[in-house]
Design a protein around this ligand. Structure first.
Ligand SMILES: [Zn+2]
Length: 57
């Protein structure tokens, strides 16, 4: 996984585990960069979501 903000490479699975303590939900889908704390939504999931929206319209 490469951060799209600072381009640091890190383990996405490790980062996701850290977010499971988030107060918003038990475990969100976002991946957080350990260096700059920039939050990314996995692209594959985003494309699926957009496709779903297009099918509805
Ligand atoms: Zn970063």
């Amino acid at each position: 996984m490469k951060c799209s903000f600072c381009s640091m490479e890190f383990d996405a699975d490790e980062s996701r585990q850290g977010c499971c303590g988030c107060a918003m939900s038990s475990c969100c889908k976002k991946i957080k960069c350990p260096r700059c704390n920039y939050e990314m939504v996995p692209e594959a999931g985003l494309i699926k979501l957009i496709k779903k929206w297009r099918e509805k319209v």
